[in-house]
Design a protein. Structure first.
Length: 365
């Protein structure tokens, strides 16, 4: 265990190349204990993602990119075909850890595409390229979150109340977070936001992570239970909702932590705009609508006993525990990306966001 310092001064995900390890904060222990752990084997990386030791769509993507590099390093093959056969096996395994956050497959596919584009190079050269690509995915995440913060900040004003759900904070990314990026940037500029953090049952990412990181950063944050959002909105204390997401469909439907769609429905009732903060790595244009998004189901124990001193539900009771829900696009005021804020109709505006991305990459005039 490391000496206690501000949680924001730790890296959410890092690579220790000498040790051939992915290094993460074990988020299941926060906020009580800050434990930095090394993941070296495929099983350790898979477990860390499945058990939410590393979680949040962008952080999962970065952990997978470093993870597949670490595993590829150990592939003992001289020729490309043999190397790729083992690489794809490891890739499929890591990809099976969680189904909803598209960043997992997005990062792994990007690493595979890099290998395919360099099949004429030696296996050793490909391994070096994989390391550089994983590092770039991480650096890109930091730049992207900052841009989301700038666009998000343009949607609010000093003194506003902001409500957020789950943790789309620095702990879910490599810096700034997505939904928290406007909050951190606003804080740098003296905006004095008042933030309401939903505790986020059943895994309490809002209480354990969002309230923790915002409070550590000196932000005015108030923790509320998930069933209190209507009260704070009816009181007029909330001017905007900023949440993250795990997968945005081509029509703007957005999957995020279970309970997000409840917040969005309540916000619409009280005319509070709901902004989904989404890096383009989280937008899946191959999924037409939210109906096609695979929602992860998690173990019943997360609801019946986890975090309680003793079990709080009768033995044998049926439990429904979906980890995410889909917010319908008509409840969303805007999708904040690193290329600007997309507005309805999303089928058109999201295409425009990707056009800007291609333009920035020099792929279109
Ligand atoms: O189950 P989790 O903790 O991985 O769920 C995380 C969320 O729902 C986040 O809001 C989402 O991944 C966006 S993180 C920037």
């Amino acid at each position: 265990m490391e000496e206690k310092k501000n949680i924001l001064s730790y890296e959410t995900v890092a690579l220790d190349d000498k040790e051939s390890a992915v290094v993460i904060i074990d988020q299941t222990k926060l906020p009580g204990t800050t434990e930095i752990i090394q993941l070296k084997t495929a099983q350790e990386i898979w477990d860390a993602i499945y058990l939410l030791k590393v979680r949040g769509a962008p952080a999962i993507g970065v952990a997978a990119a470093f993870g597949i590099y670490v595993l590829a390093k150990h592939i003992d093959a001289k020729d490309y075909e043999t190397f790729m056969e083992e690489f794809r096996k490891q890739k499929e395994y890591l990809n099976s850890a969680r189904p909803t956050a598209v960043n997992l497959s997005w990062a792994l596919n990007r690493m595979e595409a890099l290998c395919e584009a360099n099949k004429d190079k030696s296996v050793e050269e490909i391994k070096a390229l994989l390391k550089a690509e994983a590092e770039e995915i991480k650096e890109e995440d930091i730049r992207v979150c900052r841009k989301i913060g700038e666009y998000g900040l343009s949607l609010v004003k000093p003194g506003d109340g902001i409500l957020t759900h789950c943790n789309a904070g620095q702990l879910a990314t490599c810096k700034y977070g997505t939904a928290t990026a406007p909050i951190y940037l606003g804080q740098e500029q003296g905006y004095n936001f008042r933030v309401f953090a939903d505790e986020t049952r059943p895994l309490l990412q809002g209480a354990r992570l969002t309230a923790y990181e915002l409070h550590s950063a000196g932000v005015d944050v108030t923790l509320i239970c998930d069933n209190m959002s209507a009260t704070v909105m009816k009181n007029g204390w909330v001017n905007a909702v900023f949440v993250g997401c795990d997968r945005v469909a081509a029509n703007g439907d957005a999957a995020n932590k279970i309970g997000t769609s409840v917040v969005a429905a309540v916000a619409n009732r009280y005319h509070v705009p709901v902004y989904i903060c989404a890096p383009t790595s989280t937008i899946d244009m191959n999924t037409p609508t939210g109906n096609e998004i695979h929602i992860e189901q998690r173990p019943a124990e997360e609801v019946t006993e986890m975090w309680y001193k003793e079990r709080m539900a009768p033995e044998g009771v049926k439990v429904f525990n979906p980890a995410f829900d889909v917010t319908d696009n008509d409840l969303i005021a805007g999708i904040v990306t690193e290329y600007g804020v997309a507005r309805a109709p999303y089928t058109e505006s999201l295409k425009e966001i990707f056009r800007r991305k291609e333009e920035a990459a020099g792929k279109v005039e």
